[in-house]
Design a protein around this ligand. Structure first.
Ligand SMILES: Cc1ncc(COP(=O)(O)O)c(C=O)c1O
Ligand SMILES: N[C@H](C=O)CCC(=O)O
Length: 428
């Protein structure tokens, strides 16, 4: 593989964009080398500026559940564009997508659309604080809820990849209201809640973590959180930016039969355009402006192109009865193939998987929280990453990220990926 044009474009970009990228994880800092510059993508493949083709396991970090340039989404956006790209006025399509989302997701009456997952989580926390009239929140080490100040405390994803899980620029005052718990450790949560009685507005969690690799919740953990929240008048916020409309039509609430008080969305809900959303029952959502006192707004929120893409995507997910099973089967097949290839070559590893999310960790012990995820051997990961890239397989350039499986992947693509792992494993 040659990356000449990508290298040249990266040099040029670095002159005018910090680090040459508009989001840090794209820069390849954790694995070294030059980021590849995408030119186009279709189905399961992304093509770079040098003409290389990659089987894509990043998929724009999740939104492309049905593959790149999914025709119903592309057609809906093209059609919408003809009648204007933004109005700053309410439009019928906002209600249409809201009605569909509310019908798909359990336990929500109203949904508000924003422009990113970050905005969704930031707004959900403000709403929780306004509703409960309390200030503190609990988040989990290694979980990432976007880059708003309250969440850049022991954050996962790019924040930990670049060694700044507690970002400079977040004031002490903000940081003191974010309490930190261990993922999958309900006793730790109970201790924090007991030590801060009457002060905690919300517990926010990725109900399946995806920003320290993929870490499913242990049996009973989410149920435990629900009970603690009920006992202490604390709101439970599920950040389903990654998992929403992916692990089940109704997300983890549906998958695990647990009701959250506020749910955040992003990624799939926008079909690849910049969309986030947060949703809850009426009693909570009616606290939002203009109905209630908690302010939240956006010039481009509910943008017609974004709503058209999101609506086409949600309709496709909602109407495809076999989708979740197909995704699960493909992910399981990949899991088995990768595990066999690594075992054959005596490469110590752990694979975590749930639905269409999967991650490979080069460590001895089960990966159940941030501490265990951080034990992964990054040198092995780097070699693995570059080996796979050179074989035309594009996985996330950080061990703290999840691979996203799309329905566009064929079993031939999966076999090609497994064959690449077999070759790369010999070099680790
Ligand atoms: C679970 C989760 N929450 C929130 C976010 C923030 O979303 P965005 O990058 O769209 O702001 C992300 C991804 O970045 C995420 O994975
Ligand atoms: N892990 C992040 C979101 O899921 C990666 C996306 C980004 O930060 O650019």
């Amino acid at each position: 593989m040659l990356y000449q044009r990508s290298s040249a474009l990266f040099k040029e970009a670095q002159q005018v964009i910090p680090g040459g990228v508009n989001s840090p994880v794209r820069a390849f800092n954790a694995v070294g080398g030059t980021p590849i510059f995408a030119k186009s993508a279709k189905g399961a493949y992304v093509y770079d500026e040098d003409g290389n083709r990659f089987i894509d396991y990043i998929n724009s970090w999740g939104p492309m559940l049905l593959g790149h340039a999914f025709p119903p989404v592309v057609e809906a956006v093209i059609e919408k564009t003809q009648s204007g790209t933004s109005f700053g006025m309410p439009t019928a399509i906002e209600t249409e997508i809201a009605e569909l989302a509310v019908s798909m997701v359990p336990n929500i009456d109203k949904i508000r659309f924003v422009n990113s997952g970050t905005e969704a989580c930031m707004s959900a926390i403000r709403l929780a604080r306004g509703f409960t009239k309390k200030d503190k929140i609990i988040k989990f080490a290694g979980c990432y809820h976007g880059h708003s100040d309250s969440f850049l405390i022991a954050a996962g994803s790019g924040a930990v990849t670049f060694g700044t899980p507690n970002s400079p620029g977040v004031t002490q005052g903000t940081a003191k209201d974010t309490l930190l718990a261990r993922y999958n450790d309900i006793e730790n949560v109970k201790q924090l809640v007991d030590a801060n009685k009457g002060e905690i507005a919300a517990i926010i969690i990725e109900p399946v973590a995806g920003n320290m690799g993929c870490i499913p919740p242990k049996e009973g953990f989410l149920e435990g959180l629900r009970s603690v929240c009920d006992a202490h008048n604390v709101l439970l916020i599920f950040d389903e930016v990654m998992t929403g409309f992916r692990l089940a039509k109704g997300g983890v609430q549906e998958l695990k039969s647990i009701d959250a008080d506020i749910v955040c969305f992003g990624k799939v809900v926008g079909g690849g355009l910049p969309v986030g959303a947060f949703a809850a029952r009426n009693e909570i959502m009616n606290h939002l402006a203009p109905l209630g006192p908690v302010y939240q707004a956006g010039t481009l929120s509910g943008n017609p192109l974004a709503m058209a893409a999101g609506l086409a995507m949600l309709k496709a997910v909602n109407n495809d009865k076999g989708l979740m099973n197909r995704l699960e089967e493909k992910t399981k097949y990949l899991h088995t193939g990768i595990a066999d290839a690594l075992n054959k070559n005596n490469i110590v590893h752990q694979i975590n998987r749930i639905g269409s999310m999967i991650s490979v960790h080069f460590c001895d012990d089960a990966v159940v929280d941030f501490e265990s995820a951080a034990k992964g051997n990054n040198e092995t990961f780097k070699k693995f990453f570059h080996g796979m890239l050179n074989k035309g397989i594009y996985i996330a350039p950080s061990a703290f990220e999840t691979w996203f499986i799309t329905d566009a992947l064929t079993y031939q693509d999966l076999n090609e990926t497994i064959a690449a792992v077999e070759e790369v494993a010999k070099t680790l």
